[in-house]
Each structure stands twice: as structure tokens, then as C-alpha cells.
Design a binder for this molecule. Sequence first.
Ligand SMILES: [Zn+2]
Length: 323
Amino acid sequence: MMEKWLAGIDLGGTSTKLAFLSLCGEIMDKWEIPTDHSEKGRNIVLNIVKSIDRRLHELGEGREKLAGVGMGAPGPVDHATGVLYNAVNLGLRENYPLQAILERETSLPAAIDNDANCAALGEMWMGAGDGAKDLVCVTLGTGVGGGVIANGHILQGAGGAAGEIGHITSVPAGGAQCNCGKTGCLETIASATGIVRLAMEAAAAGEKGRLADMISNTGIVSAKDVFDCASGGDAAATRVVDEVAFHLGLALANIANTLNPEKIVLGGGVSRAGDLLLNKVKEQFARYAFERVRETTTIALATLGNDAGVIGAAWLVKKRLSL
Ligand SMILES: [Zn+2]
């Protein structure tokens, strides 16, 4: 019998990542296309399907090679019906039946979930989760995303919004404005955007040193610059990293005190800071975690990088088809 593949899609605001995977989770091929927002998002799925067909053709395969299609989408999803509640940055209307449209256009079984949930499933299946069935995955990127897996299942919650770790309130009074409409969310501190904001504030407050010099010379820094300056011993940058680690470690300890997961996996661009961030987060986590939680929940860096989303998306449809 012909070995089937799974298609995994990570739909993003500006670009869409695609991959073909074996049923064991091995990536056979992967590529990326721009997300087409035109026509109120109507071209998004059409474009993806065209791209999949073209790629299959180039590989000498047809659509029958695929067992199904899984997709991670940027917004809350009704897992049962495959409806995307809202995804403003995609230009789609509210309550968009993304899964049904994907099935219609591909004539294949499809499954969708929120992108952060897909990243968590990817890490559980093929990455740092390493077989753990109770796992919390936190994606530290432009924003902060989260996925909670309990006994192998993603926690969806009543409104598809479980695991919105980025919107845990870290600064109860005041704090910076968050994209969600609240203020003081973890995302305003522990995301790349939040780290840059803290660095700019430190420079504006008159902090001196390499980080402050970079800001006064160029007007802007990246989160990576902040970590680079901190690892070079810059005091202001170190204070920024300490503040990020404090809020992240505290939030993760509170999550772990509730769920006691086997693993907490940190992914996303900011997690590339590696041990510099990880060790400080672990320190804060240890301060605030309940003793038994501290002893049994470990924090690790994600291992799949940008592939976590497509791998998790493929896992979704594999699971749906019981393959
Ligand atoms: Zn928020």
C-alpha cells in the first residue's frame, strides 16, 4: 500500500508555512508562501490549495498521496466545528468556517486548531515534550501564545480560549496597553515587543551602557540586542531580562500550581535567548512553585523551532483520522 502523507499548515498573518509529513511525523518537504489577504481573505484557502497541488506535482505525486490536511490558525477556534471565531489580521469575517472550506477545496479530511495549540501539539509529538502527556507550551514571539495539553488532549475551554497565557495579568494596576484591550498582560512584558518596550523605557529613564548607546545611536533595538547586551554584562539589559524572567517565572509557577504538568516548553523567537533566559525563569519559577510542583514540573526549551506549528497541525488531522 502506498505510504500516505499528512499536510500541515501554519497560517500566519503575513506568511503561511506548509509541510508534507509522514504518518510518523517526519517532515518530507516544507515551504512558505505569503498569506493573501485580498478579497476579504477569500483567497487564503484557495492559494494554499493551489500551492499544495503545485508542490505535489513537482514531487511527482497527486492529491491522493495526502491522507488529510491539518491547519493552525491565528485566533480562537471552535475545535468541534472548525470555525475560526475571529482573525482580524487575516481580513476574514467573524465565525469563518475555515475547516469546512478547507475540506471543500481539497476534497480531503481536515482539522484545525489555534496556532499556539498546534505548536504545543507539535512539541508534544516530535519535540521537547518527549512523550509527556501533560504539557504546557508557551510561545514567546511578537506576542505570547500558550497551549495546554492535559492527558494528551489540548484544553479548549468553554469558548476555545483556554491557554491564553499571554493575557494573564502580570501588572494588576496600570501596566502597558495590550492588543487584547486589557493592560498589564504578560504579553506586554515577555514578548519580543514587550522586551523592546522595557529597553526603550530604561534608556528613556536615563540608564547608561551599551544598550542605552545602541538606542541613542539607532533609535531602536531588537529583543535579541537586549539579550546580547545582557550576556555581555550590560546592567540595564540585565535588569530588563530579570524583569521578563520574574513575570514569566511567576506566571509559569501559578500555571504549574494549577496543572502540575510534566513539562513546560518555551518556544518562539524570544526563547532563542537560550540558557540566559531559561536559567533566570527557572530561578523565579522555583521561588513561586508549590514544593511538589517544583520537584515534578520541568521547564525546557522548545526543539522544533518554526516547524512546531506545521507538525502539530499534521498531528491534528492524524488524530482525527485515528491514523
Ligand atoms: Zn492581553
